[in-house]
Design a protein around this ligand. Structure first.
Ligand code: SF4
Length: 336
């Protein structure tokens, strides 16, 4: 299959096979063929979202060592980065969320480490919800324990959840991948739209592994899919495995876009950058507070991007940014 066949198949909105996905991922990222796939993905992203990119913004309610020990995460107990627990007050969390809203974020994510108490999470979330405009999109980024009580998240005013089966889940983490699948199903059954992506990609992941994860994300009718590269946490064993380039990430983002049904409007990339936007990313993140990719307690002083900084990235690549609540998480817009 040459690249013209790939483009033709994409334009006919045909379904790509696992072997075709692997072949696209196997192209050198800097090859002409890979650039053609990126251009096609960008065209699809601009068409399905009417050239309106989205900026989603995340705050963390807590910072704590986490026993789930995902080796790529700065919160993992095994990584020994953070030894103390910090919980922000409902007032402080609401102030951060309101700042995101004022800056024009299209959705606000409330993150907690995997074993954070759900009652406390809901208390903080209710305060945030009360302070935000009613139409502002609120998304939960929480552990699997919360999934069984997803209806409480709906009652607290959440429209969606972010959840992913991470690459080599159960090998590089202490979480059974089946548990992650069950959680995604539980969120969706409760009425929460689920955003997901292929993450965290490192140089050791094979094209077969990536293809299988892309196909899984395509199978769940997500609010968005996409790809995120692994950020090495200094001093950890996983950091020794290295990092993929932004161009490789853009290639994976592009292949993901081609494989997703057109009903999925969002295609994310993390961390933010112009190169993945060129590969068809129309969703990037701003962050404050604790961040699993950062060793700073306040990521806004480290790796985190602000909403205005991301808007500038999109403007420099001829994107407009959506004003108002996320359309990616709009259930009506995600009907297959
Ligand atoms: S990624 Fe989540 S579950 Fe894994 S160690 Fe970090 S906080 Fe815990």
């Amino acid at each position: 299959m040459n690249v013209h066949d790939i483009v033709k198949k994409s334009r006919n909105a045909e379904i790509f096979s696992r072997e075709e996905i692997i072949a696209m991922l196997a192209l050198p990222p800097e090859s002409l063929e890979s650039y053609v796939i990126m251009a096609e993905a960008s065209k699809i992203s601009r068409t399905v979202s009417d050239n309106q990119a989205e900026i989603h913004a995340q705050l963390a309610v807590n910072l704590a060592p986490c026993p789930r020990d995902c080796l790529f995460c700065s919160f993992a107990v095994a990584n020994n980065i953070f030894r103390n627990s910090v919980i922000i007050s409902p007032k402080e969390a609401a102030a951060q969320a309101c700042q995101f809203e004022e800056d024009g974020a299209n959705a606000i994510y409330i993150m907690a480490t995997a074993t954070f108490d759900m009652g406390h999470y809901l208390e903080i979330s209710r305060e945030i919800r009360n302070q935000l405009r009613p139409e502002t999109t609120l998304i939960a980024n929480v552990g699997d324990e919360f999934a069984a009580k997803s209806s409480s998240l709906v009652q607290a005013g959440f429209q969606g959840a972010y959840h992913a089966i991470r690459l080599r889940e159960g090998i590089d983490t202490k979480i059974d991948p089946t548990r992650r699948i069950e959680s995604i199903r539980a969120f969706q059954e409760a009425g929460l739209a689920v955003g997901t992506c292929v993450e965290p990609v490192g140089p050791e992941h094979t094209n077969e592994e990536l293809a299988e994860m892309i196909l899984y994300t395509a199978s769940i009718n997500p609010a968005f899919s996409g790809a995120a590269r692994r950020i090495p946490i200094p001093g950890t064993t996983m950091a020794e495995r290295g990092i993929i380039s932004e161009l490789r990430m853009a290639q994976i983002v592009a292949v993901t876009r081609l494989v997703m049904p057109r009903s999925v409007k969002g295609n994310c990339s993390h961390e933010p950058g112009s190169v993945p936007i060129m590969g068809g990313a129309n969703l990037l993140w701003a962050e404050v507070g604790a961040n699993p990719r950062d060793t700073m307690e306040k990521t806004e002083e480290g790796r985190g991007h602000s909403v205005p900084a991301i808007r500038k990235l999109f403007m420099e690549t001829e994107w407009q940014t959506l004003m108002g609540p996320s359309l990616f998480f709009d259930n009506l817009n995600r009907q297959p």
